[in-house]
Design a protein around this ligand. Structure first.
Ligand SMILES: Cc1ncc(COP(=O)(O)OP(=O)(O)O)c(N)n1
Ligand SMILES: Cc1nc(C(=O)O)sc1CCOP(=O)(O)O
Ligand SMILES: [Mg+2]
Length: 535
């Protein structure tokens, strides 16, 4: 075989920034609905440059797979080396693997050549039409889905970020017979313990899940998400789409996850967006041949109705939902300063702040100066007819009749939200990314904070800055349901760009507290925000 010359040149920032490169290592579907073809369509649709490493040719149409032929080891290697030399990936999706030899080679090659690159493994074994997809020696036709796995995936242990089996694949991978959610949880957990990384056990082919289908997401030890959600399990529950046109849905899901990861989203956010993408793709799918048609390509999902509902594996949602709602707020809260000092709080109210937060960290003892500050802040709120939120200290806020409380995600499981709602108060909740935003929305807060947008020195953050593009997307998704507040690194210089995302409000700490004249800094920000659409 001719060798392809290695390209060795520095890429310009512009070249690198255009579309993140994602590889799909998978089989070709001659029918164009699944495999490499579905992946490349998905990757392009989601703003990535898709590269393909073909593991096997399949002869198939929308009703049957008639032949499968794995490529040679040399050809597989040549494709990988050619791409590595010029088109290094930001993420990799693996789909159909032609045989055990390929699998072992791939696991070694990826470990040696792409350290640190996120790998999404869709352990494809059965096509949606029911035909086996490995070559005949690997998967005899008599194989039952709960029988022996046709491939041994153990060489991938410790090397993948996420594995996405459907029920049939999970049954084969674990040797478990799956007939209800309890069995699904046990099998997914077993896979999770064995593979490391994260597991998405898909429920679309679980007949007992009606009327909604639930995927089980078991998150690995992901350093860029809140410690609260690391190594935790969540159900992602979504409406079933009544369509026969679902060819390539698993391929589309896994390549969409890879696309969103390559675009810089953390894994749980990428999974949610990819699920919404598949949901929209199914809703708009139509026939091409005589059998199930392919999914439609509908771009980055922006609608809340396409998003799954999330609830923790070990907790019922009803347990967390207050029976009475929190105070409803209008969209416009004004520029929202967050301060620790009571005199500054008063000065900012005097300067016209209509929403403000007192954020005193740490324990507050009875009769302490900090308690006196909270009492005073609540009184000042009444005096100035402003919305004063108390951060963290919900008991004092309830006792002294505050307008509202601001809580973080870590507080939600321990604070009796019912008590806040029953006291007729407002609740602001923090979120860092789509996963946390959707979790928070389940509680119907009065506003939702979207943070942190830019790097901040005010607080140590486990998450990455969201940036303006993600802020715009999050705003589109959630703002039909709740007023939004952007926070983190916002100041006069970046205010116009933040405003352009469409977020309803901004909250600031240093832009006001570190100004030589905080009241004047607040007035300037408030003025710029009010006139944001006038330029
Ligand atoms: C408006 C607003 N948004 C986010 C936060 C952060 O709150 P939380 O996550 O509770 O973290 P701490 O502020 O307690 O460190 C906020 N305070 N205000
Ligand atoms: C208190 C706080 N919470 C954040 C979050 O993302 O939840 S960011 C943040 C600090 C914001 O400070 P500054 O305006 O000085 O960057
Ligand atoms: Mg807090």
């Amino acid at each position: 075989m001719a060798t392809i010359p290695l390209v060795e040149r520095e890429l310009s920032a512009k070249e690198l920034s255009v579309r993140p490169v994602v590889w799909t290592i998978a089989g070709s579907d001659s029918g164009g609905g699944a495999g490499i073809q579905a992946d490349l369509l998905t990757l392009h649709d989601l703003g990535c440059h898709g590269c393909s490493v073909i593991t096997a040719l399949t002869a198939q149409n929308s009703v049957a797979v008639t032949a499968v032929e794995p490529v040679s080891a040399a050809m597989l290697n040549a494709q990988l080396e050619a791409l590595k030399a010029d088109l290094y990936p930001s993420a990799v999706k693996i789909g159909l693997i032609g045989n055990q030899q390929q699998l072992e080679f791939l696991a070694d090659w990826l470990g040696d050549n792409l350290p640190g690159v996120p790998v999404i493994l869709d352990p494809v074994m059965v096509a949606s039409c029911g035909d086996g997809l490995q070559s005949r020696e690997e998967a005899p036709e008599t194989d039952d889905v709960k029988g022996k796995p046709c491939l041994d995936f153990s060489p991938f242990v410790g090397k993948i970020s996420l594995i996405t089996p459907n029920k049939a694949e999970l049954a084969r991978l674990t040797g478990e017979l799956l007939a209800d959610d309890d069995a699904l949880v046990i099998a997914a957990d077993r896979l999770w313990q064995r593979f490391g990384g994260s597991v998405l056990a898909k429920g679309g082919d679980c007949p007992w899940q009606q009327p909604r289908a639930k995927d089980l997401l078991l998150l690995g030890d992901i350093p860029t998400i809140s410690p609260l959600h690391r190594r935790q399990g969540f159900w992602l529950s979504g409406e079933r789409v009544a369509t026969a046109h679902n060819h390539g849905s698993g391929c589309t899901l896994s390549s969409a996850i890879a696309a969103f990861v390559a675009r810089g989203l953390v894994l749980p956010d990428a999974v949610l967006l990819a699920k919404a993408y598949v949901f929209e793709g199914l809703r708009q799918a139509s026939a091409v041949g005589k059998g199930p048609g392919p999914l439609a390509r509908t771009g980055i999902p922006e609608s809340l109705t396409a998003m799954a509902s999330i609830y923790p594996l070990h907790e019922s949602r009803s347990h967390r939902l207050p029976t009475k709602g929190f105070t409803r707020l209008g969209r416009n809260l004004g520029v929202y300063p967050v301060v620790a000092d009571i005199d500054m709080l008063e000065a900012l109210l005097e300067a016209g702040a209509k929403t403000i937060q007192l954020r005193i960290k740490g324990e507050i003892g009875p009769g302490s100066p900090a308690e006196a500050d909270i009492i005073r802040a609540i009184e000042l709120g009444r005096q100035y007819q402003a919305r004063v939120f108390i951060n963290d200290h919900w008991r004092l806020a309830i006792s002294y009749g505050a307008f509202g409380v601001h809580l973080g995600q870590e507080d939600v499981d321990t604070v009796p939200l019912d008590a806040i709602a029953e006291a007729g108060m407002a609740l602001g909740l923090s979120s860092h990314g789509l996963f946390e935003a959707l979790l928070a929305l389940e509680l119907h807060p009065s506003y939702l904070a979207l943070g942190h947008i830019f790097p901040t020195t005010t607080k140590e953050m486990p998450s990455k800055p969201q940036g303006l593009e993600t802020l715009a997307l999050l705003t589109k998704i959630v703002s039909t349901a709740v007023p939004t507040v952007a926070i983190g690194g916002i100041e006069a210089g970046n205010l116009p760009k933040v405003a352009a995302t469409g977020v309803d409000n901004i909250a600031v700490v240093r832009a006001v507290t570190e100004a030589s004249d905080p009241a004047a800094a607040f007035r300037a920000l408030a003025d710029a925000w009010e006139n944001r659409n006038a330029r």
